[in-house]
Design a protein around this ligand. Structure first.
Ligand code: DLL
Length: 433
């Protein structure tokens, strides 16, 4: 495929004209097709015809993850189920996931944006992409997959896990692009070393890493250990999946947001005031081409800033700096989004546990490890060891069943977890990224 990069290098004025047209069409669509949006626009006395300029976006109410959850599973869809061809999901605080849907045209758009992203990250036709993002409800695997095919590259749909076999495939197939979370990429390097193989002997040119925060020092480590150029890819299921923004391999300095499809804003997470370019705050997105699941001023909770300076790659789309954190307490453990409250819900349903717990997240062999410390009632401790072991097993199993993550569980005696005078310290994140 020859990529039409016209949209990516368009003068600002032309881009804004397209944005306005698409925004107006989106507002019209959601007003008439999604009861939630109609109600919230009515409550704010806004009619679709009131959106006359891009500045009018500011008048629209924000959408939060809670709003999506309240409309679980399909209440936010703007098209009949007959037109939905794909469903993905990401986790949410109640244990119920946030569900997103795509029409055939949405899948086409997403594939094109992923092809754009891979191209910006250095991939082209003729490359072999070793895709170690998970396939399934998570958007990473299939998102990259469709984009790679659209680009005309060869894709190896290896998914996550079975690490030693991945090393064998890398040796035998000679992939040139690696796509995975940055932590899994480092783990791959380590396992390779264990089995006596060096990435130096592989053919990788670029690594396209995302789905969790990673720092400049992690970039250096990835580049040194994997003998490739490491670039950042960002996205979230609610807005589309991977490919909302992408770092270009020429500059490696911030991620271009595909503004012909998504309008970004940065707000102060406390006051909700819209901030200027360069100021750090919470990233908010409005989708302007999605059919099945449009989002209006969706609060991502990701903290970053926007940089409008021209880029050496020639793209005119604004860049977001690397995500530096979140404005809520969501943790990303091996690519799975987890809120402490979800773990709390699971713990509280188990007989014998006290509402005192602490989550310790660390990295072992470059993989995230979650340890849950839970206080249990005194009488459990006076009983036999087997009862304690059963309790630990039950907690581990329920965490795995409800949240899909493996955790170590340590039962501790009452009053051993430090009490705080203010907010309880629920999370100790020891990962250095
Ligand atoms: O993680 C989509 C994705 C897949 C992006 C593969 C990149 C590569 P969710 O599971 O919905 O979607 O999680 C979205 O992950 O709000 C951020 O907090 C975090 N995140 C995603 N990419 C990055 C990144 C996918 N490059 C949440 N840097 C987002 C920092 C990231 N955080």
């Amino acid at each position: 495929m020859i990529l039409d990069i016209g949209f990516e290098t368009m003068p600002r004025e032309d881009l804004e004209a397209i944005q306005l047209r698409r925004l107006q069409a989106t507002i019209e669509r959601i007003y008439y097709n999604v009861p939630f949006y109609r109600k919230s626009l009515d409550e704010n006395n806004i009619k679709p015809a009131d959106i006359q300029s891009l500045d009018d976006l500011k008048r629209l109410p924000f959408t939060t993850k809670q709003n999506l959850r309240d409309n679980y599973p399909f209440g936010m869809f703007a098209v009949p189920m007959d037109n939905i061809v794909r469903i993905h999901a990401s986790s949410g605080t109640t244990g119920k996931p946030t569900v997103v849907g795509y029409t055939a045209r949405d899948i086409k758009t997403w594939s094109e944006l992923m092809a754009r992203s891979l191209a910006a990250g250095g991939a082209s036709r003729g490359d072999i992409i070793h895709n170690a993002y998970g396939y399934g409800l998570f958007t990473g695997g299939l998102g990259v997959h469709y984009g790679a095919e659209k680009l005309g590259a060869s894709v190896i749909p290896v998914s996550g896990g079975n690490t030693k076999r991945q090393i064998v495939l890398m040796k035998d197939f000679g992939p040139t692009i690696l796509t995975s979370t940055p932590s899994y990429a480092l783990h791959l390097a380590e396992v390779a070393e264990e089995v006596g193989v060096s990435f130096e002997d592989f053919k990788f040119k670029f690594g396209i890493f995302g789905a969790e925060p990673w720092s400049e020092s992690m970039r250096e480590e990835l580049e040194r250990k994997l003998y490739l150029v490491a670039v950042d890819i960002y996205g979230l299921s609610e807005v589309m999946g991977p490919g909302v923004s992408m770092e270009c391999h020429e500059a490696k300095k911030g991620l271009h947001i595909f503004e012909d499809h998504f309008i970004p804003e940065i707000i102060n997470p406390e006051t909700e005031e819209v901030l200027s370019y360069g100021e750090t705050g919470e990233l908010v997105f409005t989708s302007i081409t999605k059919e099945a699941f449009p989002v209006i001023r969706y609060r991502t909770r990701d903290i970053t800033s926007l940089n409008p300076e021209p880029c050496i790659c020639g793209r005119t789309h604004v860049r977001m700096n690397k995500v530096s954190g979140r404005s809520d307490d969501m943790l990303i453990i091996r690519g799975v989004n987890v809120f402490p409250s979800q773990i709390e819900n699971v713990l509280m349903e188990i007989e014998g546990t006290e509402p005192h717990y602490q989550l310790v997240v660390d990295r072992e062999d470059n993989l995230d490890v979650l340890t849950i410390l839970v206080e249990v009632r005194e009488n459990l401790f006076s009983d036999e060891v087997k009862i304690l072991q059963d309790e630990e097993r039950k907690i581990r199993k329920n965490i795995k069943d409800y949240l899909g993550i493996s955790a170590k569980v340590k039962l501790v005696e009452p009053k051993t977890i430090a009490r705080s005078e203010g907010k309880a310290i629920r999370v100790i994140d020891k990962r250095k990224i």
